[in-house]
Each structure stands twice: as C-alpha cells, then as structure tokens.
Write a new protein. Structure first.
Length: 393
C-alpha cells in the first residue's frame, strides 16, 4: 500500500473531497433524501462543519477566467437589476488567424460594468472548469440525475436577478462574501444570509432572490436536471408503440362522426395494454441506466501526458483511477460491460476482477494484476487510453 506524502497527499485529499460531493452539500445524505429532496428548502451552515467551497472556484479563479483566459459568450454574461446587459457593451471581436472571434470578454469593460453594479455570471462551468467537472461527476453518480453549474458574482449591495424560480432543483454553494436570500415556500417567506461554506437546497419551482451584502459575493448554483417518472414511462410506452402494428391509419371519415372510431381505439388500447404487461421492466430500466452512464462529459485532464508514457509501461508502472472518472461495471451475456461516463466497453468476463481492482481508486502496480503479462499490459493500456486510468507519478 502506498502512503500519501507531499503532492500525493494533496491529490488523495482532493480525491476524497471529490468523491463525496453530496455529503459536502447536505451532510447526512440519507436524511436529506428522506426529508428534503424534492420537498422543502434546506440550509446547511459551513461554520458548523468547517466546509468551504474555494477548492471548487475562488475569486482568483474568477479573475483568471474573465481577465486572462479569453473567455467568450455564452460562457459568461452580465446582468443588472434582473435584466441582461447587451453583450456588445462588454465584449470585443478581434481577428485570430484572419477570422473574427466574436463575444470575447473585454476585461476593462467587464470591470466597469461590475463597478456600476452588474452581476457577472459564468455559465456551464461543469464543461470547462476541471474542479467543477469532477464535483458534478460525483454528484451525478450519487443522485442518478444530470447536473450543471453556473456561478454568480455580485458587487456589494447589488441584486443580479429579481425574484424568480427555476425549473430544476438547485444547490447554492456560497464560495466567498455573503448574500441575503429571500425564499418563498409553502410555510411563508424565509429570509437568511449565506456565509462562505453555507449550502442552500431548493426544490424546483421555489421562488427566490438574492442580494449581495457589504462585499463582493460569489456563489455556485448547481442545477439538478431530474428525470421524472413521466419520462421513464413515456420511454417504455414509446418503445412499444414503435411496433408497426400501431401504424394502421384511422378510418376515412372518422372526423365527421368521431365516436364511430371508438371501438377501434379501444381495440388498439387493449393491444397496447397487453404488450405493456409483457415488457421486461428490469431491461427497460437497465437501458435507461446505460444511457445515463454513457451520457456524462469525459474527464481527460493529463490524458495527453499519459499517452506519452504508454510506450514505457511495464510491470513496475503504477496506475490509478483518474480523479472523478466514472466506472460502472455489469456482467452481461456478451461479456463484461464497462461504462466510462461517455462510452461503454465490452470486455471478456474473465478480466472483471482486474477491472474492479483498477477502478477501486487505490494505486495498482501493473505486475500485481492477476493476469498474464500480455493481458495485463493490453488491459491497462486500453483503460489509460479510454480515460479511466492515469499513470501515477
């Protein structure tokens, strides 16, 4: 076993924090899912837990993204008093390689707008900011629902958005500064101030508004795009209805005397009912789960570096699961199915113990895998290329 020291200790701490995003938001996951999930707002105070979210996004990170990285719309925008500012007032269109690049942040004008009370919004951070990509991946794995992240940075005393509600559940993670929140629920209006490290959960449709206090305030809004039973049931019914037996057309003239077609409609409904009773529900849910496990964004930081090391891979090479990388395994008639977030692999079933060990997160020396030399080298090289593993050190 490898004892983490130095930079390795930091990476191990990063791994632990990334693998428990739901716990970081709510504490007791089971209590949250039983009493608050989809039902009522919940506040968790960071002062009581020592939680901070600056590892996900801090003010220096925001400064870098907006002032130095060449960020473009729609990855960011500015709003003020509930209204979006015209992008032309804070962006520029330079020429790169002889082609115009539109929507590029103009740092001086962005700063000027913030000085005048505008809120800076960073959108879709889960797509391009690595700490939040990993955080979202872990949250999705815990909940089974797709997540996204926007961030809001509001100058002292200002309000970016007027009272509104979202069409999805949200976690609000206060990163720095403080914000006063007005939340309208079934029990009346909740008025509270979020401080750094605090979390606020709101089910979809909860009306709310927020105002920064006496310093620049930054918070992350994690949107949870839940899949409903309506969608799951519709998927099953749609699959049954794809059979050509339901392609028969309504009789000519049905629109003149609609009730005349009632008997045929009942017959088709009976046919649908009978077929639904024969649906393999386990298989239907498995297919939906497969789509979930292959619909995540890939996490490939340092992937190019790892590929340059594959030629030197031998039994003494140490590999480990990439931080935040998805890996769901299932034995199927065709072999071992390995789901890696944005793809699915089919492998011989006899490699299952080795894949399980490699996916554990614990560093593994290639020579310690219980496979013959060629097989273990082929397996490890493939899983490095596919993005599950990284070469340690």
């Amino acid at each position: 076993m490898i004892i983490p020291v130095g930079d390795e200790a930091g990476r191990e701490e990063e791994r632990v924090r990334t693998d428990n995003p739901l716990h970081r938001c709510v504490g007791d996951e089971q209590e949250f899912l039983a009493s608050s999930w989809g039902r009522r707002p919940l506040v968790r105070r960071g002062a009581e837990t020592g939680e901070r979210f600056t590892d996900l996004l801090d003010l220096p990170d925001v400064d870098h993204l907006v002032m130095s990285s060449g960020i473009r719309t729609p990855a960011f925008r500015l709003v003020q008093n509930g209204e979006p500012l015209a992008p032309s007032s804070y962006t520029t269109t330079p020429q790169i390689g002889g082609a115009p690049v539109t929507g590029l942040a103009d740092p001086a004008r962005v700063l000027g707008a913030i000085d005048d009370g505008a809120t800076l919004v960073l959108q879709g951070l889960h797509r391009f900011w690595e700490p939040l990509r990993r955080f979202v991946r872990g949250l999705e794995a815990a909940l089974g629902h797709t997540c996204q992240v926007n961030a809001y940075f509001t100058p002292p005393g200002a309000q970016g958005l007027k009272i509104h509600s979202d069409s999805h559940d949200v976690f609000v993670l206060q990163a720095f500064g403080s914000k006063r929140w007005e939340i309208h629920g079934s029990d009346g209006v909740l008025d509270l101030v979020l401080e750094p490290g605090d979390t606020l959960y709101m089910p979809k449709g909860t009306p709310h508004a927020a105002t920064a206090q006496n310093v620049l305030s930054g918070h992350l809004t994690v949107g949870i795009l839940t899949t409903s039973w309506r969608e799951a049931i519709t998927g099953v019914v749609r699959e049954v209805l794809s059979d050509e037996a339901f392609d028969d057309r309504l009789p000519a003239g049905w629109h003149v005397e609609p009730s005349a077609a009632r008997v045929e409609l009942l017959a088709h409904l009976d046919e649908l009912r009978g077929r639904l009773e024969k649906v393999d529900l386990d298989a239907a849910l498995e297919q939906r789960a497969d789509r979930f496990w292959t619909g995540r964004l890939p996490l490939l930081a340092r992937g190019l570096l790892d590929r340059t090391r594959l030629a030197e891979l031998d039994d003494d090479t140490v590999v480990r699961r990439r931080v935040g990388a998805a890996c769901q395994q299932r034995l199927a008639p065709e072999g071992l199915r390995v789901f890696l977030g944005d793809r699915a692999l089919t492998m011989p079933s006899w490699v299952a113990p080795a894949v399980e060990r490699l996916a554990s997160g614990v560093p593994v020396r290639v020579g310690d895998l219980d496979l013959d030399g060629q097989s273990r080298h082929v397996l490890v090289r493939r899983l490095v290329r596919e993005g599950l593993l990284e070469v340690d050190g």
